[in-house]
Design a protein around this ligand. Structure first.
Ligand SMILES: [Cu+2]
Length: 156
C-alpha cells in the first residue's frame, strides 16, 4: 500500500497542466486524457492510469466512447530494429494495490475514426467496462498531442 501511495504521488506530480482524477468503486483513474487528434489522422489515442484501491481484483474488459467509431485496447510493441507495431490488448486484471498504466509507447486506448473537431481542454465522456464494477463513466480531457507517442498510435 505504501508503494501504491508513492506511485500515485509521483504520477500526480507529473507536469500535466490540468490533470484531473476520478475515484469510484475502489478504482482510481489518474489523468484520463485523449491526445488532441492530428489533422487528417484516422485514429487517435487515449490514456489513463488505473489504480485498484479496493479489496478485490477487477478486470477491464472494454472501453466505449461516442467520440470515435470504435475504441479498442491496444499495446504498442517494438521490434528488434525499433519498428513500432500494435497488438490487441487482452482484458486487463488489476489486483488490489496494483496500478495499470495506459501510456504513450505502451498500452493505449485506440480511437478509430476519432472526431477530428476535438480541441485541447474539451472534456469527453468514456465508459470503462469492468467485470465486477460494471460500467464506469469517466470524463477524459483532451490534452496537447504527446510528443512521446509513437506515430503509429495516431495513424493506423
Ligand atoms: Cu493502437
Amino acid at each position: 500500500m505504501k508503494q501504491l501511495a508513492l506511485a500515485l504521488a509521483l504520477l500526480l506530480a507529473a507536469p500535466a497542466a490540468q490533470a484531473h482524477d476520478v475515484i469510484t468503486s475502489g478504482l482510481h483513474f489518474v489523468h484520463p486524457y485523449v491526445s488532441e487528434p492530428i489533422k487528417g489522422a484516422m485514429a487517435g489515442a487515449a490514456y489513463v492510469v488505473i489504480a485498484n484501491e479496493g479489496t478485490a481484483a477487477d478486470t477491464l474488459i472494454g472501453v466505449e466512447t461516442d467520440i470515435a467509431m470504435m475504441a479498442m485496447m491496444h499495446k504498442t510493441e517494438f521490434s528488434a530494429n525499433g519498428v513500432a507495431s500494435m497488438v490487441e490488448l487482452p482484458p486487463v486484471t488489476i489486483a488490489p494495490g496494483d496500478v495499470y498504466s495506459f501510456e504513450p509507447g505502451g498500452a493505449h486506448i485506440m480511437l478509430m475514426m476519432i472526431d477530428s473537431g476535438l480541441k485541447v481542454g474539451d472534456m469527453v465522456p468514456f465508459t470503462l467496462i469492468f467485470q465486477n464494477a460494471g460500467r464506469i463513466e469517466v470524463e477524459f480531457m483532451v490534452d496537447p498531442a504527446d510528443p512521446n507517442a509513437p506515430a503509429a498510435e495516431h495513424m493506423h
